[in-house]
Design a protein around this ligand. Sequence first.
Ligand SMILES: *[C@@H]1O[C@H](CO)[C@@H](O)[C@H](O)[C@H]1NC(C)=O
Ligand SMILES: *[C@@H]1O[C@H](CO)[C@@H](O)[C@H](O)[C@H]1NC(C)=O
Length: 309
Amino acid sequence: MANVADEIKDFFVMLFLVIYYWIEAIILVFIPASIRGKSVAGETVLVTGAGSGIGRLMSVKFAELGARLVLWDINQTGNEETAKEIKATGASVWTYTVDLSSRDEIYKAAQQVKQDVGEVDILVNNAGIVTGKKFLDCPDNMIQKTFDVNTTAHFWTCKAFLPSMIERDHGHIVSIASSAGFIGVNGLADYCASKFGAVGFDESLRMELGMLGKKGVKTTVVCPYYINTGMFDGVRTKYPWMLPILEPKDTVNRIIDAVRCNQEIIMIPKIIYFLIALKGILPRKVLILLCKHVGVSNFMDTFKGRKND
Ligand SMILES: *[C@@H]1O[C@H](CO)[C@@H](O)[C@H](O)[C@H]1NC(C)=O
Ligand SMILES: *[C@@H]1O[C@H](CO)[C@@H](O)[C@H](O)[C@H]1NC(C)=O
């Protein structure tokens, strides 16, 4: 009989927590990050792909909030430009030229960072490349490279910096993925597969950290719709009021807010949460019809790519 009593008790405890967490989540929506967010002042933030686009904007924003910045990019010129902007804010900054498709280079650079700067508190895995070709037209080495930079590199950077975060029970891993990490898109086979990988990695890692009881090490996965940084130049959406091409500045502010609030998943714009839920419940034929109508499935037809590539 004791067992039954225990089970009933467990059930009510769970029920109570479910209701409690729901209410908590609803209340938190109304409290802005500037109030409830953690401070990143004095934290060491490493951003990969810091030499352009979102990576640059995030780095500058972190610097404005008082963080010390470590910038990784394969493009030294771009990286130095970002560093210059950061110095103008008065923050400390270190730059490293790193090819994120090379595990050796990642480990070497990580070692160097630990010597020069010390331990990293917030790791932002942002670097990425895009091919924008139909799967069968995509050269093998480009597919390989995409995965190396967009997915596998997350493993190596985490291996390099996570142990010290766990030891200190203090840290944050941020993965810049995409809403294409939840929904497959025509013409983006390599992209979607690599982003599904990044999303899956983040989710599993979070579970593992949870099991370890390391409450001080947070993870955030960022899933934006297409951002207007030049990477997807030429792309159009049919219903911009519903699925706008995102403006970089606004997106970056929302990413940083999410990191400061230790939000685990952030989808931008919010309608993506709804679309992903729909994907789970709609009949396939209805879903495909809707995708065609909204223009998600022929989205890449007008793709031109970043002009300076
Ligand atoms: C490197 O960055 C500079 C400055 O942002 C840019 O002009 C150049 O095109 C980039 N080089 C490559 C190979 O992307
Ligand atoms: C790699 O990541 C970047 C940045 O998140 C993304 O824009 C790019 O399309 C990705 N490339 C592929 C082929 O997955």
